[in-house]
Design a protein around this ligand. Structure first.
Ligand code: FES
Length: 165
């Protein structure tokens, strides 16, 4: 764990930049390609069955870091981290769609469609609920390995409980 400007960075296990679907490619990817025994096939849904090469699904990834569930999204070489649980009613944000609006990059909650700015966490839609925010975290991406670290201002209260158990 590294610390900088009162932010502690915790490494993300098992997920790197390269494991995340790149949402900046969405317009290019009218469908996903799966390679089966050297033969490329286009399909709208992705099969992960062997011997097909694994292709990232169009979702974020759910990780647990600092004993907190966090949804990760990649847009180009930038990774955004937002609390997994939607502040409206707890919807799973990691399976939400990403929408690129003129001034915002948003995740759209799969439950009721509320949209949250991935940079600030602020609710963008519905406009009447702009008082609500999701928690967002800074993410460091290693330019060589693609490894990730998420920044927190404090240890989760659960962090020490699990160390004692
Ligand atoms: S739970 Fe996310 S919009 Fe309702």
């Amino acid at each position: 764990m590294e610390s900088q400007n009162d932010i502690m960075y915790f490494p993300v296990d098992c997920v790197t930049l390269h494991d995340l679907y790149d949402w900046s490619r969405r317009r290019l990817d009218s469908s996903e390609v799966v390679v089966c025994g050297g033969e490329a096939r286009w399909q709208s849904s992705v099969s992960l069955r062997s011997p097909s090469r694994k292709v990232s699904l169009r979702t974020g990834r759910l990780v647990t870091v600092n004993e907190q569930e966090v949804a990760l999204f990649r847009y180009g070489n930038v990774v955004y981290a937002i609390s997994e649980h939607c502040p409206h009613a707890g919807g799973p944000l990691h399976i939400g769609d990403i929408e690129s609006l003129p001034d915002y990059l948003c995740v759209k909650c799969p439950y009721h469609g509320w949209k949250f700015d991935l940079k600030t966490g602020k609710c963008i839609h519905p406009r009447t609920r702009q008082d609500m925010s999701a928690v967002v975290y800074p993410v460091r991406v290693c330019p060589t390995s693609g490894s990730l670290a998420i920044g927190f201002t404090e240890f989760s209260p659960h962090y020490f409980n699990t160390l004692v158990e």
